[in-house]
Design a protein around this ligand. Structure first.
Ligand code: HEM
Length: 528
């Protein structure tokens, strides 16, 4: 272990020349700055100061690259995606915590799973989700109406939008409910376990090296060993994983029993059998034996979707509502577009085609997701020695270089936010929130940059084989929610508190001066 550490440091010599911030700790390098509450500002600072390719220090002087160069990103995410893979730690911890879903597989196994899931995330199927999304959003509107009581009131919108996001994926993804939007709904342990998953993962980071080495041990043995150790966070991780497994199994078994009773019974579910997992199970049932997805993997996808869809969606929705509350003219323009569409189409809820054809609604979503991607970076590890090319020369102490040798084992971090707000791509106003930019042709620099993302020339939903599989689902959720909220209510900033956005894995809102209370986003809500 020591030998491989030392030999990797020696092979990393070419990386030492890449400019970057000084290390602040011999043990943890720049990690505290990379991950603490002010991390987003640090990420912006190092890009502004050192450029699109930055060397940062990891544990014990490990050299890592923080990259927003589009050509380097294309190599990492597309051209050499088989070399730049998720770390073993990420894959193994997800396998133990969430099960054998998309976040726990690589290579051919992962490709096979993506293929199996393609049709359930297709536009054809997404269309049938819209009435369900509307029904859930109506529930939120009813709650807000009761709270506002025909007047205006300051409310923590984050809490309401998080419950909404959870219910959208629970019903749309799994066809079950957590009663998150029921004012009398009881605490639900599955819901709590989903919320606890990210903090639990973060608490285990210090066991990363040892866990990666023993993760293939039989689960019973691992669990037995962990329980013997007097370490509360390990016991907590086992509890969270057990709750997730217990509930996904319960939902799965229920669906399986309905499926065996026949099509009619199956369609009597909350989602009328239109949720993602029901569609998957139905097509699996119809598939030839050799093409069937094992039950264990379907259950793994269930926890994976719950985990991947909840905080990302609530963060995105919160940021959109935050920006609209601070830009009343944009909010009014959106409201007018929505009202005109409802009048034109003669109904109160806009359908799939109508939602997708509204330019300003689309511009508000694109601009917010460009400037404030819920996941601001992703990490990959080079599984083999390779060379990373750049779009423009990087200045080092020994002259300009147009590529760098990256030895096996090096961590590269794709700076999603930095790429999305790069002034060389988006122009001098790249850091401004300006939905209007999407209503005119984009500058040539945008298409010429060839950013390897699946959405709107950005990396918000990433690109390559691990690109977000739920990005169409998520687009539709956001548009459906906005189409109702903005027509029924007016939103304005809190008059008593200031909201600050802090890094907690996702960039989440808090009240300045009371950050210890946890995430919240007070906004004044007024009935129109
Ligand atoms: C605004 C909302 C969302 C954003 C910004 C987002 C972003 C992302 C990103 C950046 C990744 C790549 C992570 C990595 O490779 O390390 C990803 C993966 C993934 N997302 Fe999303 N996501 C969102 C919503 C959703 C929703 C609603 C679902 C499910 C219905 C979903 C399911 C997934 C899954 C399963 C993966 C893993 C894909 C794979 O590894 O093949 N996401 N997402």
């Amino acid at each position: 272990m020591l030998f491989s550490f030392v030999s990797r440091r020696a092979k990393q010599a070419p990386l030492w020349d890449i400019p970057g911030p000084p290390s602040v700790s011999f043990v943890t390098g720049n990690f505290s700055q990379m991950f603490d509450a002010g991390a987003t500002r640090f990420h912006e600072y190092i890009k502004e100061t050192y450029g699109r390719v930055v060397r940062i220090h990891g544990i014990f002087g490990d050299n890592q690259l923080f990259i927003s160069d589009p050509v380097a990103c294309t190599t990492i995410l597309l051209k050499e995606q088989d070399i730049f893979e998720q770390s073993e730690w990420f894959i193994e911890i997800n396998r133990h915590g969430l099960g054998l879903g998309l976040l726990a597989t690589l290579g051919a196994h992962h490709q096979k799973q993506r293929k199996q899931l393609r049709s359930v995330f297709s536009a054809k199927h997404m269309r049938s989700m819209v009435p369900l999304f509307h029904r859930i959003t109506h529930q939120l509107c009813d709650i807000l109406q009761t709270e506002v009581d025909g007047d205006r009131k300051e409310l923590d919108l984050l809490e309401r939008l998080s419950s909404l996001a959870l219910e959208l994926i629970a019903q749309g993804g799994l066809g079950c409910t957590f009663n998150s939007l029921d004012p009398h709904g009881k605490e639900n342990e599955f819901r709590e376990a989903i919320k606890e998953f990210v903090p639990t993962l973060s608490s285990l980071v210090m066991f990363q090296a040892i866990f990666t080495r023993i993760s293939k041990w039989p689960p019973r043995l691992l669990r037995f060993g962990a329980k013997l150790l007097p370490i509360a966070m390990l016991h907590n991780a086992i509890r969270v994983a057990d709750v997730l497994h217990k509930h996904t199994k319960m939902v799965f078994d229920h669906k399986k029993a309905l499926l065996e009773m026949g099509e009619e019974e199956f369609s009597h579910q909350l989602s009328e059998g239109k949720d993602i997992i029901s569609v998957l199970m139905k097509s699996n049932d119809d598939a030839a034996e050799e093409n069937r997805i094992p039950d264990e993997e379907i259950m793994g996808q269930m926890s994976t979707f719950m985990f991947a869809a909840t905080d990302t969606t609530s963060t995105a929705l919160s940021r959109i509502m935050f920006m609209l509350s601070r830009h009343p003219e944009a909010q009014e323009k959106l409201r007018q577009e929505l009202n005109a569409a409802v009048e034109r189409f003669g109904g109160s809820d806009l359908g799939y085609d109508e939602l997708l054809e509204l330019p300003y609604l689309d511009a508000v979503c694109r601009e917010t997701l460009r400037l404030f991607p819920p996941l601001t970076f992703v990490s990959r590890i080079a599984r083999a020695d390779t060379t990373l090319p750049f779009s423009q020369p990087v200045q080092t102490a020994h002259g300009a270089i147009s590529s760098v040798f990256v030895p096996r084992g090096t961590t590269v971090i794709v700076d999603i936010a930095g790429t999305n707000r790069d002034p060389l791509i988006w122009g001098p106003d790249a850091a401004e929130w300006r939905p209007e930019r999407w209503l005119a042709p984009l500058p040539a620099s945008v298409s010429e940059a060839h950013v390897p993302g699946v959405y709107a020339h950005t990396l918000t939903f990433l690109g390559g084989s691990h690109a977000c599989i739920g990005f169409k689902f998520s687009q539709l959720e956001m548009k459906t929610v906005l189409s109702q909220l903005v027509r029924v209510f007016r939103f304005s900033p809190s008059t008593t508190t200031e909201v600050v956005w802090l890094f907690r894995g996702f960039t989440t809102p808090s009240v300045k001066g009371s950050t210890a209370v946890g995430p919240q986003m007070p906004v004044v809500v007024e009935t129109i």
